[in-house]
Design a protein around this ligand. Structure first.
Ligand code: ADP
Ligand code: MG
Length: 246
């Protein structure tokens, strides 16, 4: 079970997340939608402790954290959360001076202390899964955006995370390149990967999400199946926002 409960996050005097409750059942995909500035990225970053909330709790497998102002989480808890989460960013964020396979190996070698040969074998397996084994020795800059994002997904999967976090994984891509990333994410969802993703890509949300959550001004306004949220939104704010996506 993965759960965020009663999460509060402010930056200075600016409250960005208010009383956020989010359960992500194992093996399911939750998509966060909402206007720019509504707190989607901050919520993803709270889930892997790139940001630390002021209040609330985070449960990730056996790890359970309660947040209080002035009490940063213990280092071992931060490491436990990081080990169980992988993150995919809008702009890929590959290491430009490492080859494709080295990008995928990097965390296994430097963080998890795997022997390089074993890390390389796992990295090549993951590249095979995202259809890029033939690019293993190439530089990231020589790949298309869609290919770079697939490498970033392979890298995020390398330590076998319990939860994959994706922050607008297709929004920097042209439609045909976005489609190959959607295919990879749909494949992972089909294999039972648990995911939390911020996205405005209707094709992605409709194809992979079990639940869609609409966030506005740091508050969850409405949640439901993609068919309900996109087809029959109940709240007028959801209706207004989802119309802008069509
Ligand atoms: P979204 O991803 O939905 O566009 P964000 O989570 O990026 O929204 O941002 C929500 C709000 O939090 C915005 O007002 C943004 O300016 C603010 N914010 C995000 N990160 C920081 C930060 N590190 N410092 C100060 N304010 C931030
Ligand atoms: Mg964002």
């Amino acid at each position: 079970m993965i759960a965020l409960s009663a999460i509060e996050k402010s930056f200075g005097a600016n409250p960005v997340l208010r009383a956020i409750d989010l359960d992500i059942p194992e093996g399911q995909v939750t998509a966060l939608i909402g206007p720019s500035g509504s707190g989607k990225s901050t919520l993803l970053r709270c889930a892997n402790l790139l940001e630390v909330p002021q209040a609330g709790t985070l449960t990730l497998g056996e790890t359970h954290l309660a947040f209080r102002p002035g009490h940063p989480p213990a280092r071992r808890d931060v490491l436990a959360v990081r080990r169980q989460t992988g993150m995919v960013f809008q702009n890929f964020q590959l290491f430009p001076h490492r080859t494709v396979v080295e990008n995928v190996m990097e965390g296994l070698v430097t963080v998890a202390k795997w022997p390089p040969a074993k890390a390389r074998t796992r990295a090549l397996d993951l590249l095979e899964r995202v259809g890029l084994a033939h690019k293993a020795a190439d530089w990231p800059a020589s790949l298309s955006g869609g290919q770079q994002q697939r490498v970033a997904i392979a890298r995020a999967l390398a330590p076998s995370p319990r939860l994959l976090l994706c922050d607008e994984p297709t929004s920097a891509l042209d439609p045909e390149l976005a489609a190959e990333v959607v295919d990879v994410l749909a494949g992972l969802a089909g294999e039972g990967m648990t995911m939390l993703m911020a996205t405005h890509d209707l094709r992605l949300a409709r194809r992979v999400a079990d639940t869609v959550v609409f966030l506005e001004a740091g508050t969850i306004v409405e949640r439901g199946s993609p068919a309900d949220l996109f087809g029959r939104p109940e709240d007028p704010r959801t209706r207004r926002f989802t119309r802008t996506l069509l």
